[in-house]
Design a binder for this molecule. Structure first.
Ligand code: ADP
Length: 585
């Protein structure tokens, strides 16, 4: 049975006290009874000896009245019996009415031993009495009769009851006082333990709440309790500090994990994801970002991830693999390492998105191949032209002039390309200062059409300008924006078959102006669309069409230098739309 510490201390002590006091009470009662009874008997005996001496004197004639007087003075019953047991004188009853007393136990004992005691029920008086009987002797020491003195036991019983009452009262009082004291002492002794228990319960249920303070060590307790409380305070303070430090560490790690662009996963030996940062779901475009508790084969979209995890789990060795995910065209570097410190078979998986690096590598490769191609054609024709001249064409002045003019055209086209490249790199590096001022989109569109209108007309194309003359102004370098619109219009003319239509428009949108150049031309294949703004990129793989492939790259950089954005929409063989947004002043 579980009891509180307080009752475990108080109840046994109170019980022990009760038992001790009860035993002491009984012993005292018995002792006092005995003492009292003894003193009554001694008193009766001394009175009996005194009276028997008086009665043995032949000169004194004792009458019934004397017996009654003595009885009153002594407070005792007096009976005088002759040798045959006949009652001669009696203080309380008429002796003639009394039967023979020779058989009474006290008389019998007095006959036998010289003095007789008895405690018994008096048939004559009908009450319990204490008797003492002594022989009455004459001068020659011959027994001439017996004297018996008696007192009612009632008195003794009353005295006993009163003594017992006093004793029980005192015991109850002592017991109450000591029980209260014991409870108080037990409470005092157990209060710090209760406080510690409450404190532990509070800590285990609510933890270290923000209002938690280390408890002050009490000073009114015993040394042992004080030491316990101090040890508890020290312990809780230590745990509190350690938890705080751990929390700080955990917060740091969690923030790092949350903010990391690389994916981090911890996978147990059964393949269940124990931890995953948000980058995993983001990187792999997972529809459900809640992946903790699922298996990696359920979550990760490629078998290679599972294989990498399995190899590390089984071999306990770090694995690195490059995984290409189609059709999203994602390149993920997957590194798996054993995490034996957490649990056997646990694996740490790091996912790094290399798509951008891969893309940049492709762009760089294509750029080199494209620029080589762009240079090779004019250089080859220059080489051929100079060889022809050397081989004798110089001696034919009209032919030589024709070849020289061709050389000039090729050199012009090369220098045009070089100057475009230079300009692009200057715009990119911010070396071309923009003279920003409020400019009218309406005028920008019109100037571009004025410049290239004849070219469009020759190509058999209809050019429409859809723009309100009062359209809000943009904050831009007008000549640069004319260059952008010009490049887009030039492309539209180039890639739209005769009979087609080109529309240039501008309209306000969210504090900016949205420009659009749309055509009904050949359109751009969907796979090329994201790359057409790269330097030297052409959808025409044979690079047969004219142009350097730099026009859109320049347009992009000019728009971005204005704080705007540019993009294209196209459906192959239906036409293309080029949009760009320029902020208003
Ligand atoms: P280019 O000097 O070759 O025109 P650009 O950078 O201006 O270079 O264009 C890059 C490529 O984008 C073009 O070679 C062409 O394949 C494609 N392109 C640009 N504008 C259009 C358009 N309006 N219609 C179809 N294709 C286009």
């Amino acid at each position: 049975m579980n009891r509180s510490l307080r009752s475990s201390i108080a109840i046994p002590i109170a019980t022990l006290l009760l038992v001790v006091m009860a035993i002491a009470g009984i012993a005292i009662t018995i002792y006092f009874n005995h003492l009292y009874f003894d003193s009554i008997q001694k008193n009766l005996l001394s009175n009996a000896n005194l009276l028997s001496t008086l009665l043995s004197d032949p000169r004194i004639q004792i009458q019934q009245k004397d017996i009654e007087n003595w009885s009153q003075i002594l407070g005792e019953r007096i009976t005088i019996i002759d040798l045959s047991g006949v009652v001669l004188l009696e203080s309380h009853i008429d002796p003639s009415k009394m039967d023979n007393h020779i058989t009474r136990p006290e008389i019998q004992q007095a006959i036998r031993d010289g003095v007789g005691f008895a405690q018994r029920y008096s048939q004559t008086l009908g009450i319990e009495m204490v008797y003492v009987a002594v022989p009455i002797r004459d001068n020659s020491q011959q027994t001439i009769g017996y004297l018996r003195l008696a007192v009612p036991l009632q008195k003794l019983r009353a005295e006993q009851r009163s003594l017992l009452g006093t004793l029980i009262g005192s015991l109850v009082l002592i017991l109450t006082i000591t029980t209260i004291s014991v409870i108080k002492v037990a409470r005092q002794a157990t209060r710090p333990l209760e406080e510690i228990t409450n404190s532990i319960s509070k800590l285990s249920s609510a933890g270290f709440t923000s209002d938690w303070k280390p408890k002050l060590s009490p000073t009114e307790h015993s040394i042992e309790i004080d030491r316990l409380v101090q040890a508890f305070d020290y312990l809780t303070q230590q745990i509190h500090d350690q938890i705080k430090a751990l929390e700080q560490e955990r917060n740091k790690i969690s923030t790092v994990l949350q903010e990391m662009t690389d994916g981090v996963l911890i996978i147990d030996h059964e393949g269940v994801i124990q931890l995953a940062n948000p980058a995993v779901a983001k990187m792999l475009n997972l529809s459900d970002p809640n992946i903790i508790g699922k298996t990696i084969s359920q979550v990760l979209p490629h078998l290679q991830f599972v294989e990498s995890w399995q190899r590390t789990r089984d071999s306990n060795e770090t694995q690195t693999s490059l995984i290409e995910i189609q059709p999203k065209k994602l390149y993920i570097q997957c590194m798996t390492a054993p995490l034996e410190t957490i649990a056997r078979g646990t694996v740490l998986m790091l996912l790094q998105n290399l798509t951008r690096q891969r893309y940049l590598e492709t762009v760089r490769r294509d750029f080199i191949s494209n620029i080589s191609h762009e240079l090779r054609t004019p250089l080859a024709s220059l080489k051929a032209l100079t060889e022809t001249l050397q081989e004798g064409a110089l001696d034919d002045p009209p032919a030589a002039r024709k070849f020289l003019m061709q050389i000039e055209t090729e050199v012009d086209s090369l220098s045009h390309m070089v100057s475009e490249l230079l300009e692009l790199s200057r715009i990119e590096s911010g070396q071309v200062p923009l003279r920003l001022k409020p400019a009218s989109p309406y005028e920008i569109l019109h100037k571009a059409v004025d410049r290239l209108g004849i070219q469009a007309e020759r190509a058999g194309l209809k050019v429409i300008i859809d723009c309100d003359p009062n359209i809000p102004q943009v904050f831009a370098d007008p000549s640069r924006l004319e260059q952008v619109v010009g490049n887009l219009l030039h492309n539209a003319i180039k890639f739209t078959p005769a009979g087609g239509q080109i529309t240039l428009s501008a309209k306000p949108q969210d504090g900016k102006v949205l420009f659009c150049v749309s055509d009904s031309g050949i359109g751009i294949p969907a796979e090329d669309l994201p790359r057409i703004f790269e330097r030297f990129y052409k959808t025409d793989r044979a690079r047969a069409s004219g142009g350097t492939g730099l026009g859109l790259a320049i347009a992009k950089h000019v728009v971005e230098a204005h704080g705007g954005t540019i993009w294209a929409e196209s459906v192959e063989s239906q036409g293309s739309k080029f949009f760009f947004l320029i902020p208003q002043p």
